[in-house]
Design a protein around this ligand. Sequence first.
Ligand code: HSE
Length: 443
Amino acid sequence: MGKVKEQGLAVGLLGCGTVGRGLVKLLSQNRQLVQARVGAPLFLAKVADTNPAAFEGLELDSSQKTGDALSIVDDPRIPVIVELIGGQGVAKDLMLRALGNGKTVVTANKALLATWGRDILEAARKGGGELFFEAAVGGCMPVIKTLRETLAGNRILALYGILNGTCNYILSRITFENLSFEDALQKAQEAGFAEADPFLDISGGDTRHKLALCVSLAFGTPVGLEDIFVEGISHLTPDDIAFAQEFGYRVKLLAIAKRTGNAVQARVHPTMIPMYNMLSNVSGPMNALTLVGDACGEVVLYGQGAGMMPTASAVVSDLADAARNLLCGAHNRIPIMGWQERDISPLPILPMDEVVTRYYIRLAALDRPGVLSKVAGVLGDNGISISSVHQKGRHIEGPVPIVLLTHDAKESNIQKALKEIAALAVIAADPVLIRIEEEDETA
Ligand code: HSE
């Protein structure tokens, strides 16, 4: 304790990529300011990266740089490790080893936490160190702190998040410039938002990792990735997004979690949300999260969900917490997942088939008498009530788009109805479905 106050907090950084470099810069740029807030200096004792070029241009002397991450993790003079390697290979081994060595770990690695959370928590419990991961969800937005601390007095009822900047950037370009998905993805790559392999982003996988962490923190339940329904954005067309706008909606890749009776529902998919909803105005690579608590009502966080300095900002926030705890001897004052271990119990996760919401359905139908009655018949037979129908234009030959909005309906009924509709001779292509998130006041 006294040692930290006098000598400062020795931090070991594993991985000097974009965020790692941001951390080196931020700790140098705001050194005094952070010290004034924390009560002791934070200093990078060692920085590891296997690529020596990673250190270029950084204010690091040769004693700080190494290619050997393990030597940092095993160094008894370094109590806090920042893991910014990413992925689930070496990062996992090093994190488990650091925790096993009793160190406090700060990480931005949502994939690792969402996939191996149980093992990681167990290693932290056994080792006695702490685990911080503010940078894992929503970049600089204080999502973890808000759920873990600020809203501790609330029963969380729901959360709705735009948690992937790449997808939000792509959807914004389709919305405002009528680009195809492929062109918008290329623009995202050119702008440096999307990775060379953007699969994890556009498939919704990255958002699912982040939602898994939010669900555990919000509801005090462990959740497996397999419990979270996920659908990506690559099938969305400019037409669907334009039709959505005509009905007063924007399309966002939303992470949704809600209490439903005794269960929790958790899902990630493209979602139509009303224009008046604040989230519909979150454009470009920005992230946002609406949290709904029984006492606070709605709280909306908005900010940069990725990038060098915003993510480094979240890492420094965790380092400040780690240092303050060490200075006060207030070790594990806040449980890692925000709940006392004995009070974390698995809640039932609502199967996707049981989810009830409203739907947008687009059909490619032949423009003939009786088509609508056939479609409406199938929907009616499956207990689905239509709230509006629009035929978009008239073609002499070939199919026309028919767009339907439904009242609240059950997912399993919708899926069954869509299969039956797709099999009708008058339907020319697979129906397109987008879920709507809005109170159904007209049901
Ligand atoms: N690739 C993510 C995004 C950032 O586009 O938001 C890291 O999770």
